[in-house]
Design a protein around this ligand. Sequence first.
Ligand SMILES: [Zn+2]
Length: 345
Amino acid sequence: MSLDKPLIIDCHGHYTTAPAPLTNFREAQVAHFKDPLKPAPDGVVVSDDEIRETIEKNQLKLLKERGADMTIFSPRASVMGPHIGDEGISRRWTIESNNIIKRVVDLFPETFIGVCQLPQSPGVSLQGSIEELQRCVDMGFVGCNLNPDPSGGHFNAPPLYDRYWYPFYEKMIELDVPAMVHVSGSCNPAFHATGAYYINADTTAFMQFIEGDLFKDFPELRLIIPHGGGAVPYHWGRYRGLADMLKKPNLRDHVMKNVYFDTCVYHQPGIDLLFKVIDNKNILFGSEMVGAVRGIDPETGFYFDDTKRYVDNLLISASDKYNVFEGNARRVYPRLDTALKARGR
Ligand SMILES: [Zn+2]
């Protein structure tokens, strides 16, 4: 560990640039589900060179340009689509999606480490997700993306404090992995996926944690709410007040020993607010690059999602910066810490 020159670990990256055969597999799979007369796809056939090219031209290039070292990498969130097809469809798609992440990690072991998608499906038990989490951790993955709304925009799953989720949390603790609470694409036209649905889901998850007593039952559980915690930091007073009205302990004890926010907030004033309101120990560096917002901000001339730039601009101590870029991620993802130590980092 070096306080002066921390590893820059981006906790939030998806394989949004995956090669066409993965997308083709998914399209054929969904077409076959809707019309069994259409052929079922055999599998995803992709060469290492194809994978290498999609990474080198995109994520790796941008990481280097922006001065980051590595990314905690998962399948593309917007196409997880647990509401499409049935549990079997979701399971097969999830296995293919996670296997390709494993191949990226094997090709670029210094730069990427895996986080898995889960084969969730509306109304089914989490047994399949438990099995897939175990399979992926056995392959070296260090966490998972847990979807709080497998319906794709109707929010009809039990809230995250409900016992429905408990067997999965028990497995997370057994394996010592965190989950990023992350929805997928929206099938509800009222919710734009990345502009409304994602931020709604982040905010909703946080309020569910206030309403429940989840972390009393699972003091070791660690959950990351992405996109800067949705609307939560901006409305921090509302949530503190609601916790009080609901006769819950203060948020520091009730929620913030277990919940973390990333820095996927795409302008300086938003990052300033995040760091002013939320304790440094609860913030993990993330960019979600290449992701939801890909353009260049005409006001600054830099990419909106170049979030390292905003963090670099903060007037915080070297140890606070170390925590945000490296230390907090190593604490929240102990398997990442173990992998880094094995490399002498
Ligand atoms: Zn994401």
